[in-house]
Design a protein around this ligand. Structure first.
Ligand SMILES: Nc1ncnc2c1ncn2[C@@H]1O[C@H](COP(=O)(O)OP(=O)(O)OP(=O)(O)O)[C@@H](O)[C@H]1O
Ligand SMILES: [Mg+2]
Length: 421
Protein backbone atom coordinates (compact mmCIF):
# COMPACT_ATOMS: atom_id res chain seq x y z
CA UNK A 1 0.00 0.00 0.00
CA UNK A 2 1.30 3.47 -0.86
CA UNK A 3 2.08 5.65 2.10
CA UNK A 4 0.13 8.87 1.59
CA UNK A 5 1.75 12.25 2.19
CA UNK A 6 -0.88 14.32 3.98
CA UNK A 7 -0.80 17.94 2.83
CA UNK A 8 -2.45 21.06 4.28
CA UNK A 9 -2.65 24.09 1.99
CA UNK A 10 -2.79 27.60 3.45
CA UNK A 11 -3.53 30.45 1.03
CA UNK A 12 -6.00 33.34 1.14
CA UNK A 13 -6.77 33.19 -2.60
CA UNK A 14 -9.46 30.56 -3.06
CA UNK A 15 -8.67 30.01 -6.74
CA UNK A 16 -5.07 29.19 -5.77
CA UNK A 17 -6.33 26.74 -3.17
CA UNK A 18 -8.53 25.08 -5.78
CA UNK A 19 -5.74 24.90 -8.37
CA UNK A 20 -3.26 23.43 -5.96
CA UNK A 21 -5.78 20.92 -4.70
CA UNK A 22 -6.61 19.84 -8.25
CA UNK A 23 -2.96 19.58 -9.18
CA UNK A 24 -2.11 17.43 -6.19
CA UNK A 25 -5.16 15.19 -6.65
CA UNK A 26 -3.41 13.54 -9.63
CA UNK A 27 -0.57 12.30 -7.45
CA UNK A 28 -1.18 8.81 -6.06
CA UNK A 29 1.05 9.36 -3.02
CA UNK A 30 -0.28 12.79 -2.01
CA UNK A 31 -3.53 13.56 -0.23
CA UNK A 32 -4.76 17.08 0.55
CA UNK A 33 -6.26 16.72 4.00
CA UNK A 34 -7.31 20.32 4.52
CA UNK A 35 -7.13 23.95 3.50
CA UNK A 36 -7.02 27.25 5.37
CA UNK A 37 -7.31 30.87 4.28
CA UNK A 38 -4.97 32.60 6.72
CA UNK A 39 -2.05 31.78 8.99
CA UNK A 40 -4.10 31.54 12.16
CA UNK A 41 -6.51 29.07 10.63
CA UNK A 42 -3.55 27.23 9.14
CA UNK A 43 -2.01 26.74 12.59
CA UNK A 44 -5.35 25.54 14.01
CA UNK A 45 -5.84 23.10 11.14
CA UNK A 46 -2.29 21.80 11.44
CA UNK A 47 -2.83 21.10 15.13
CA UNK A 48 -6.00 19.23 14.33
CA UNK A 49 -4.93 17.34 11.20
CA UNK A 50 -1.21 16.76 11.89
CA UNK A 51 -0.31 16.97 8.17
CA UNK A 52 3.02 15.69 6.89
CA UNK A 53 3.55 18.91 4.92
CA UNK A 54 2.09 22.41 5.11
CA UNK A 55 2.11 24.52 1.94
CA UNK A 56 2.11 28.11 3.16
CA UNK A 57 1.47 31.35 1.33
CA UNK A 58 3.18 34.44 2.78
CA UNK A 59 0.93 37.47 2.42
CA UNK A 60 -2.33 36.66 4.16
CA UNK A 61 -4.74 38.54 6.42
CA UNK A 62 -4.97 38.00 10.22
CA UNK A 63 -1.69 36.11 10.47
CA UNK A 64 0.91 36.03 7.70
CA UNK A 65 2.70 32.91 6.55
CA UNK A 66 6.04 33.75 8.20
CA UNK A 67 4.44 34.16 11.61
CA UNK A 68 2.37 31.01 11.12
CA UNK A 69 5.52 29.11 10.14
CA UNK A 70 7.30 30.31 13.27
CA UNK A 71 4.35 29.15 15.39
CA UNK A 72 4.23 25.79 13.64
CA UNK A 73 7.97 25.28 14.09
CA UNK A 74 7.45 25.65 17.84
CA UNK A 75 4.08 24.00 18.31
CA UNK A 76 3.60 21.46 15.52
CA UNK A 77 7.19 20.69 14.62
CA UNK A 78 6.19 17.39 13.01
CA UNK A 79 4.48 19.34 10.21
CA UNK A 80 7.24 20.90 8.10
CA UNK A 81 6.40 23.97 6.06
CA UNK A 82 7.07 24.76 2.42
CA UNK A 83 6.67 28.48 1.81
CA UNK A 84 5.12 29.66 -1.44
CA UNK A 85 6.13 33.22 -2.09
CA UNK A 86 5.98 35.73 -4.91
CA UNK A 87 8.94 37.59 -3.54
CA UNK A 88 12.34 36.30 -4.45
CA UNK A 89 14.66 38.73 -2.78
CA UNK A 90 17.42 37.42 -0.63
CA UNK A 91 16.29 39.17 2.58
CA UNK A 92 12.78 37.90 2.19
CA UNK A 93 13.81 34.34 1.60
CA UNK A 94 16.17 34.62 4.49
CA UNK A 95 13.31 35.59 6.78
CA UNK A 96 11.25 32.71 5.46
CA UNK A 97 14.03 30.22 6.14
CA UNK A 98 14.72 31.68 9.57
CA UNK A 99 11.08 31.23 10.48
CA UNK A 100 11.68 27.49 10.27
CA UNK A 101 10.42 26.78 6.72
CA UNK A 102 12.05 23.77 5.10
CA UNK A 103 11.85 24.99 1.54
CA UNK A 104 10.49 27.86 -0.45
CA UNK A 105 8.90 27.98 -3.86
CA UNK A 106 8.80 31.19 -5.83
CA UNK A 107 5.46 31.77 -7.54
CA UNK A 108 4.74 30.98 -10.30
CA UNK A 109 6.19 27.49 -9.89
CA UNK A 110 5.49 24.42 -11.94
CA UNK A 111 3.49 21.41 -10.75
CA UNK A 112 6.63 19.29 -11.04
CA UNK A 113 8.58 21.66 -8.81
CA UNK A 114 5.82 21.62 -6.21
CA UNK A 115 5.48 17.85 -6.16
CA UNK A 116 9.23 17.30 -6.06
CA UNK A 117 9.48 19.72 -3.17
CA UNK A 118 6.70 17.99 -1.21
CA UNK A 119 8.30 14.58 -1.68
CA UNK A 120 11.79 15.86 -0.83
CA UNK A 121 10.71 17.55 2.40
CA UNK A 122 8.63 14.53 3.38
CA UNK A 123 11.51 12.13 2.82
CA UNK A 124 13.92 14.32 4.74
CA UNK A 125 11.49 14.49 7.63
CA UNK A 126 11.17 10.70 7.65
CA UNK A 127 14.94 10.34 7.72
CA UNK A 128 15.22 12.89 10.51
CA UNK A 129 12.61 11.07 12.55
CA UNK A 130 14.38 7.76 12.21
CA UNK A 131 17.65 9.49 13.11
CA UNK A 132 16.06 11.02 16.20
CA UNK A 133 14.43 7.72 17.11
CA UNK A 134 17.82 6.01 16.92
CA UNK A 135 19.64 8.59 19.01
CA UNK A 136 16.95 9.05 21.63
CA UNK A 137 16.04 5.41 22.18
CA UNK A 138 18.19 5.24 25.30
CA UNK A 139 19.74 2.02 24.08
CA UNK A 140 23.18 1.97 22.52
CA UNK A 141 23.04 3.42 18.99
CA UNK A 142 22.05 0.71 16.55
CA UNK A 143 24.60 1.51 13.86
CA UNK A 144 27.82 1.46 15.83
CA UNK A 145 30.67 1.20 13.39
CA UNK A 146 33.75 -0.33 14.99
CA UNK A 147 36.77 1.96 15.10
CA UNK A 148 39.07 1.34 12.15
CA UNK A 149 42.17 -0.71 12.87
CA UNK A 150 44.92 1.17 14.60
CA UNK A 151 42.72 4.13 15.38
CA UNK A 152 42.54 3.44 19.06
CA UNK A 153 44.48 5.97 21.08
CA UNK A 154 45.41 8.10 18.07
CA UNK A 155 42.59 10.56 18.38
CA UNK A 156 44.99 13.44 18.96
CA UNK A 157 46.01 13.15 15.32
CA UNK A 158 42.51 14.01 14.21
CA UNK A 159 41.43 17.55 13.55
CA UNK A 160 39.05 18.89 16.14
CA UNK A 161 35.68 20.06 14.90
CA UNK A 162 34.11 23.10 16.57
CA UNK A 163 30.54 23.56 15.44
CA UNK A 164 28.97 27.01 15.91
CA UNK A 165 25.24 26.91 16.38
CA UNK A 166 22.41 29.12 17.58
CA UNK A 167 18.70 28.44 17.67
CA UNK A 168 18.16 32.05 16.61
CA UNK A 169 19.66 33.82 13.60
CA UNK A 170 21.59 37.06 13.87
CA UNK A 171 23.15 36.48 17.28
CA UNK A 172 26.74 36.75 16.03
CA UNK A 173 27.75 33.15 15.15
CA UNK A 174 29.44 33.99 11.87
CA UNK A 175 31.26 37.02 13.24
CA UNK A 176 32.60 35.07 16.20
CA UNK A 177 33.41 31.93 14.16
CA UNK A 178 35.39 33.95 11.60
CA UNK A 179 37.35 35.88 14.22
CA UNK A 180 37.90 32.77 16.30
CA UNK A 181 39.37 30.93 13.29
CA UNK A 182 41.87 33.74 12.69
CA UNK A 183 42.71 34.01 16.37
CA UNK A 184 43.14 30.24 16.62
CA UNK A 185 45.58 30.24 13.69
CA UNK A 186 47.58 33.06 15.33
CA UNK A 187 47.59 31.58 18.80
CA UNK A 188 48.17 27.91 18.09
CA UNK A 189 50.12 28.06 14.82
CA UNK A 190 48.06 25.00 13.91
CA UNK A 191 46.37 24.39 10.58
CA UNK A 192 42.92 25.94 10.75
CA UNK A 193 39.96 25.43 8.43
CA UNK A 194 36.81 27.52 8.48
CA UNK A 195 33.77 25.88 6.89
CA UNK A 196 30.65 27.87 6.06
CA UNK A 197 27.76 25.42 6.42
CA UNK A 198 25.14 28.16 6.33
CA UNK A 199 24.81 26.79 2.84
CA UNK A 200 22.23 29.18 1.46
CA UNK A 201 23.05 32.50 3.04
CA UNK A 202 26.46 32.10 4.60
CA UNK A 203 28.35 35.30 5.36
CA UNK A 204 31.90 34.10 5.93
CA UNK A 205 33.05 35.16 2.45
CA UNK A 206 31.77 38.69 3.03
CA UNK A 207 33.03 38.92 6.61
CA UNK A 208 36.56 38.06 5.49
CA UNK A 209 36.34 39.81 2.12
CA UNK A 210 37.12 36.64 0.18
CA UNK A 211 36.87 35.92 -3.51
CA UNK A 212 33.73 33.79 -3.70
CA UNK A 213 34.26 32.21 -7.10
CA UNK A 214 34.25 28.67 -5.75
CA UNK A 215 32.82 26.78 -2.83
CA UNK A 216 31.62 23.46 -1.49
CA UNK A 217 29.69 22.56 -4.67
CA UNK A 218 32.96 22.57 -6.62
CA UNK A 219 34.19 19.99 -4.17
CA UNK A 220 31.16 17.74 -4.44
CA UNK A 221 31.23 17.81 -8.23
CA UNK A 222 34.45 15.79 -7.95
CA UNK A 223 33.82 14.12 -4.64
CA UNK A 224 35.09 10.73 -5.81
CA UNK A 225 38.47 12.23 -6.65
CA UNK A 226 38.69 14.39 -3.55
CA UNK A 227 42.13 14.40 -1.95
CA UNK A 228 44.05 16.85 0.22
CA UNK A 229 45.44 18.81 -2.74
CA UNK A 230 42.05 19.17 -4.35
CA UNK A 231 40.46 20.30 -1.11
CA UNK A 232 43.16 22.93 -0.58
CA UNK A 233 42.65 24.12 -4.15
CA UNK A 234 38.92 24.62 -3.64
CA UNK A 235 39.31 26.27 -0.24
CA UNK A 236 40.01 29.98 -0.33
CA UNK A 237 42.94 31.62 1.49
CA UNK A 238 41.77 33.68 4.44
CA UNK A 239 43.73 35.78 6.93
CA UNK A 240 46.50 34.25 9.06
CA UNK A 241 46.70 31.18 6.84
CA UNK A 242 43.13 30.04 7.57
CA UNK A 243 41.71 27.99 4.70
CA UNK A 244 38.04 28.65 4.08
CA UNK A 245 35.47 26.33 2.50
CA UNK A 246 32.78 28.67 1.23
CA UNK A 247 29.11 28.09 0.47
CA UNK A 248 27.85 27.29 -3.03
CA UNK A 249 28.14 30.44 -5.13
CA UNK A 250 24.37 30.68 -5.39
CA UNK A 251 21.76 29.79 -2.70
CA UNK A 252 19.71 27.41 -4.85
CA UNK A 253 22.78 25.19 -5.28
CA UNK A 254 22.73 24.46 -1.55
CA UNK A 255 20.32 21.59 -2.17
CA UNK A 256 23.02 19.74 -4.07
CA UNK A 257 24.95 19.21 -0.86
CA UNK A 258 23.94 15.98 0.85
CA UNK A 259 24.70 14.53 4.26
CA UNK A 260 26.94 11.96 2.62
CA UNK A 261 29.00 14.69 0.93
CA UNK A 262 29.39 16.51 4.22
CA UNK A 263 30.40 13.31 5.98
CA UNK A 264 33.07 12.58 3.39
CA UNK A 265 34.34 16.15 3.32
CA UNK A 266 34.73 16.26 7.10
CA UNK A 267 36.45 12.93 7.12
CA UNK A 268 39.08 14.43 4.78
CA UNK A 269 39.25 17.78 6.57
CA UNK A 270 40.04 16.01 9.81
CA UNK A 271 43.09 14.49 8.20
CA UNK A 272 44.40 17.77 6.80
CA UNK A 273 43.64 20.31 9.53
CA UNK A 274 44.22 20.55 13.27
CA UNK A 275 41.14 22.65 13.91
CA UNK A 276 37.97 22.88 11.84
CA UNK A 277 35.61 25.69 12.72
CA UNK A 278 32.13 25.35 11.30
CA UNK A 279 29.60 28.14 10.95
CA UNK A 280 25.98 27.05 10.52
CA UNK A 281 22.42 28.21 10.04
CA UNK A 282 19.80 27.97 12.78
CA UNK A 283 17.90 25.32 10.83
CA UNK A 284 18.36 21.88 12.39
CA UNK A 285 18.23 19.94 9.15
CA UNK A 286 20.03 16.72 8.34
CA UNK A 287 23.39 18.29 7.59
CA UNK A 288 23.54 20.34 10.77
CA UNK A 289 22.43 17.33 12.81
CA UNK A 290 25.17 15.23 11.29
CA UNK A 291 27.98 17.69 12.07
CA UNK A 292 26.49 18.51 15.44
CA UNK A 293 26.43 14.90 16.43
CA UNK A 294 30.10 14.40 15.64
CA UNK A 295 31.62 17.73 16.57
CA UNK A 296 34.18 17.77 19.36
CA UNK A 297 32.67 20.95 20.74
CA UNK A 298 29.38 22.63 19.96
CA UNK A 299 29.63 26.36 20.53
CA UNK A 300 26.14 27.69 21.16
CA UNK A 301 25.89 31.44 20.74
CA UNK A 302 23.13 33.36 22.48
CA UNK A 303 22.38 36.95 23.39
CA UNK A 304 20.40 38.95 25.92
CA UNK A 305 17.01 38.85 24.21
CA UNK A 306 13.92 36.80 24.87
CA UNK A 307 13.81 35.16 21.40
CA UNK A 308 17.49 34.24 21.60
CA UNK A 309 17.15 32.80 25.11
CA UNK A 310 13.98 30.93 24.23
CA UNK A 311 15.54 29.36 21.15
CA UNK A 312 18.73 28.52 23.02
CA UNK A 313 16.62 26.71 25.57
CA UNK A 314 14.95 24.73 22.80
CA UNK A 315 18.29 23.97 21.19
CA UNK A 316 19.76 22.72 24.49
CA UNK A 317 16.69 20.54 24.94
CA UNK A 318 17.16 19.03 21.48
CA UNK A 319 20.87 18.45 22.19
CA UNK A 320 19.88 16.64 25.33
CA UNK A 321 17.45 14.43 23.44
CA UNK A 322 20.18 13.75 20.87
CA UNK A 323 22.38 12.57 23.75
CA UNK A 324 24.91 15.31 23.15
CA UNK A 325 26.85 15.43 26.37
CA UNK A 326 26.80 18.84 28.11
CA UNK A 327 30.62 18.56 28.29
CA UNK A 328 30.70 19.06 24.57
CA UNK A 329 28.56 22.19 24.68
CA UNK A 330 30.19 25.60 25.15
CA UNK A 331 27.62 28.31 25.75
CA UNK A 332 28.68 31.80 24.69
CA UNK A 333 26.87 34.99 25.54
CA UNK A 334 27.38 37.56 22.82
CA UNK A 335 26.90 41.30 23.32
CA UNK A 336 27.02 40.43 27.01
CA UNK A 337 27.16 44.05 28.12
CA UNK A 338 24.39 45.27 25.84
CA UNK A 339 21.65 47.18 27.61
CA UNK A 340 19.03 44.63 28.62
CA UNK A 341 16.83 43.64 31.51
CA UNK A 342 18.74 40.33 31.55
CA UNK A 343 22.25 39.57 32.66
CA UNK A 344 24.56 36.57 32.62
CA UNK A 345 23.16 35.16 35.86
CA UNK A 346 19.52 35.43 34.81
CA UNK A 347 20.31 33.76 31.47
CA UNK A 348 22.16 30.94 33.22
CA UNK A 349 19.29 30.48 35.66
CA UNK A 350 16.78 30.40 32.86
CA UNK A 351 18.76 27.99 30.69
CA UNK A 352 20.07 25.96 33.62
CA UNK A 353 23.37 25.91 31.78
CA UNK A 354 26.63 27.67 32.61
CA UNK A 355 27.89 30.40 30.30
CA UNK A 356 31.48 29.59 29.38
CA UNK A 357 32.39 32.87 27.75
CA UNK A 358 31.13 36.37 27.20
CA UNK A 359 31.77 38.54 24.16
CA UNK A 360 31.17 42.26 24.68
CA UNK A 361 29.06 44.47 22.46
CA UNK A 362 31.31 46.66 20.33
CA UNK A 363 29.19 48.00 17.48
CA UNK A 364 31.73 50.51 16.20
CA UNK A 365 34.60 48.08 15.90
CA UNK A 366 32.38 45.27 14.62
CA UNK A 367 30.70 47.33 11.90
CA UNK A 368 34.04 48.71 10.76
CA UNK A 369 35.48 45.22 10.69
CA UNK A 370 32.52 43.84 8.71
CA UNK A 371 32.46 46.70 6.22
CA UNK A 372 36.15 46.37 5.50
CA UNK A 373 36.16 42.59 5.57
CA UNK A 374 39.00 42.63 8.12
CA UNK A 375 38.67 40.52 11.27
CA UNK A 376 38.88 42.68 14.37
CA UNK A 377 41.20 40.20 16.05
CA UNK A 378 43.80 41.23 13.45
CA UNK A 379 43.13 44.97 13.26
CA UNK A 380 42.50 45.49 17.01
CA UNK A 381 44.11 42.60 18.85
CA UNK A 382 44.12 44.47 22.17
CA UNK A 383 40.43 45.42 22.17
CA UNK A 384 38.36 43.68 24.80
CA UNK A 385 36.31 41.79 22.22
CA UNK A 386 39.53 40.36 20.66
CA UNK A 387 40.83 39.36 24.09
CA UNK A 388 37.62 37.47 24.83
CA UNK A 389 37.93 35.65 21.51
CA UNK A 390 41.50 34.64 22.44
CA UNK A 391 40.20 33.32 25.75
CA UNK A 392 37.69 31.27 23.83
CA UNK A 393 40.51 29.74 21.78
CA UNK A 394 42.04 28.55 25.05
CA UNK A 395 38.74 27.10 26.24
CA UNK A 396 38.25 25.11 23.07
CA UNK A 397 41.69 23.54 23.07
CA UNK A 398 41.58 19.88 24.10
CA UNK A 399 43.05 19.23 27.53
CA UNK A 400 46.57 17.79 27.20
CA UNK A 401 45.70 14.50 28.83
CA UNK A 402 47.73 11.33 28.42
CA UNK A 403 44.73 9.04 28.67
CA UNK A 404 41.96 9.35 26.09
CA UNK A 405 39.36 11.88 27.23
CA UNK A 406 36.01 10.47 28.39
CA UNK A 407 34.54 12.43 25.52
CA UNK A 408 36.63 10.37 23.11
CA UNK A 409 35.22 7.20 24.60
CA UNK A 410 31.73 8.60 24.30
CA UNK A 411 32.31 9.50 20.66
CA UNK A 412 33.73 6.07 19.89
CA UNK A 413 30.48 4.58 21.04
CA UNK A 414 28.79 6.86 18.56
CA UNK A 415 28.98 6.20 14.89
CA UNK A 416 32.48 7.53 14.28
CA UNK A 417 31.48 8.85 10.89
CA UNK A 418 34.11 11.54 10.79
CA UNK A 419 36.81 9.22 11.94
CA UNK A 420 39.86 8.56 9.82
CA UNK A 421 39.13 5.87 7.30
N1 LIG B 1 29.76 41.48 19.79
C1 LIG B 1 29.11 42.25 18.91
N2 LIG B 1 29.15 43.60 19.01
C2 LIG B 1 28.48 44.38 18.14
N3 LIG B 1 27.75 43.92 17.12
C3 LIG B 1 27.68 42.60 16.95
C4 LIG B 1 28.35 41.68 17.83
N4 LIG B 1 28.08 40.43 17.43
C5 LIG B 1 27.29 40.53 16.35
N5 LIG B 1 27.04 41.83 16.06
C6 LIG B 1 26.16 42.33 14.98
O1 LIG B 1 25.19 41.36 14.71
C7 LIG B 1 25.11 41.09 13.33
C8 LIG B 1 24.80 39.62 13.12
O2 LIG B 1 25.97 38.86 13.35
P1 LIG B 1 26.23 37.51 12.54
O3 LIG B 1 25.95 37.69 11.09
O4 LIG B 1 27.57 37.04 12.93
O5 LIG B 1 25.09 36.62 13.19
P2 LIG B 1 24.68 35.12 12.84
O6 LIG B 1 24.29 34.49 14.11
O7 LIG B 1 25.74 34.49 12.04
O8 LIG B 1 23.40 35.39 11.95
P3 LIG B 1 22.72 34.39 10.87
O9 LIG B 1 22.01 33.38 11.68
O10 LIG B 1 21.80 35.30 10.15
O11 LIG B 1 23.81 33.84 10.04
C9 LIG B 1 26.47 41.51 12.77
O12 LIG B 1 26.31 41.99 11.47
C10 LIG B 1 26.91 42.59 13.69
O13 LIG B 1 26.49 43.85 13.19
MG1 LIG C 1 25.69 33.69 10.13
Amino acid sequence: MIELIKVLIVDDITSTLDNLQKLLSFEPDIQVVGTAVNGKEGVEQAKKLAPDIVLMDVNMPIMDGIQATETLAQEVSSSPVIIMSVQGERDYLRRAMQSGAREFLIKPFSGDELIASIRRVYQLEQKKESFLAKTTSGAAPAAVVPAPDGEHGRRAEHGQVFFFYSGKGGVGKSLIAANLAVSMANETKGKVALVDLDLQFGDIGVLLNLDHSQGITDLIENIDHMDADFIREIMVDGPAGVKVLLTPISPELADLVTVDHVRRIFSELRKIFDYIIVDSSAHLGEINLEVLDHADKVVVVTSLSIPAIKNTKLALKIFDSLSISPDRVVLLLNKSDAHSEFNKESVEANLRFPIAGQIPNDPKLVINSINRGNPFVTTHPESEISQRIRELVGKLMPAPAAAPAPEAAEKKARKGLFARR
